[in-house]
Design a protein around this ligand. Structure first.
Ligand SMILES: [Zn+2]
Length: 311
């Protein structure tokens, strides 16, 4: 069984006019969810203790001091980073994004669900332990991985990231952790600039697959099948988490790759096969980027169609 976790606060997290990470993204994802026929449950807010699995007390103090109870009466958003903003509902949305990741782990590790998709925004994979970055406040995938280890005694956890951007935040959280594995394909050069092949983590626990502008589905899938998926398979993870960004889609305004919805479906199918070999027997998928509304809706729909087949 597969389910969706979301909350309407994901449709209230404001960014400045013209910002690509906008509320309309939530509407596009919601349309895909409705077509999928999958059931939807509420995303609960994460506790500060859960966020502290990855983020420093200094960073959490800063975020809560800036946003919790902030008076937005002047209509101005709070700027957290060069391109990361928060409005009146952003802290709630970000907390529920992290909370969806935590609940998703519980549902998959307990065997209650085979696949859980968190349809929350803002995304998470650029947020580092000490800073908000790249539209992201909390490092949802890394927080989920830590939770799986702490609560469910997962011995090794893998995060697979096919967003067009490198997940510097997840990589930073995992760098010195021998039992957390991170595999990412991403366009290079592109924001944030990390993700070179040589970046392998302190315990050879990270694999990066940089792709040149214009790369299409066949090469993208070959890279995953020949390098990244075998690396994660060899790690014998107890749980697989996907950082599911759909900005590698050919229509995306921020990315320059030529991936189509059916390519995301094909990769999802391969990841499902891998996840079925894990102790969890299922997987957790977290929405990251995807900034063309049509490309996003089609890609999420294709991704969910595959997750829905998990028994
Ligand atoms: Zn992205």
């Amino acid at each position: 069984m597969a389910i969706i976790l979301t909350d309407e606060s994901a449709g209230r997290h404001q960014t400045p006019a013209g910002h690509p990470e906008r509320v309309e993204r939530h509407e596009a994802v919601t349309a895909a969810i409705q077509k999928s026929g999958l059931s939807v449950e509420d995303a609960p807010a994460a506790s500060r203790d859960a966020l502290a699995l990855v983020h420093s007390a200094r960073y959490l103090d800063m975020i809560f001091d800036m946003l919790d109870g902030h008076d937005f009466a002047d209509g101005r958003l709070v700027q957290l980073d060069g391109d990361t903003y928060a409005g009146p509902d952003s802290l709630e949305a970000a907390l529920r994004g992290a909370g969806a990741a935590l609940l998703g782990v519980d549902k998959v590790m307990s065997g209650q669900e085979r696949a859980v998709f968190s349809a929350m925004r803002p995304p998470g994979h650029h947020a580092e332990p000490e800073r908000a970055m790249g539209f992201c406040l909390f490092s949802n995938a890394a927080i989920a991985a830590c939770h799986a280890m702490k609560k469910w005694d997962a011995k090794r956890v893998g995060v697979l990231d096919f967003d067009v951007h490198h997940g510097n935040g997840t990589q930073a959280a995992f760098w010195h952790e021998p039992d957390f594995f991170y595999a990412s394909s991403h366009q290079m050069p592109l924001y944030p600039g990390t993700g070179a092949t040589e970046e392998r983590g302190a315990f050879d626990n990270i694999r990066n697959l940089p792709l040149a502008e214009g790369t299409a589905g066949a090469e993208f899938l070959a890279g995953w099948r020949e390098e990244l998926l075998p690396f994660i398979a060899a790690a014998r993870c107890d749980l697989i988490i996907i950082s599911a960004g759909f900005d590698a889609h050919s229509r995306d305004p921020l990315g320059g790759l030529n991936i189509e919805a059916e390519d995301f479906a094909a990769l999802t199918q391969d990841i499902v096969a891998l996840a079925q070999q894990t102790r969890a027997g299922g997987l957790l998928s977290l929405l990251e980027g995807g900034y063309d509304l049509q490309g996003l809706e089609q890609s999420v729909a294709a991704h969910l169609d595959v997750l829905a087949t998990m028994k």
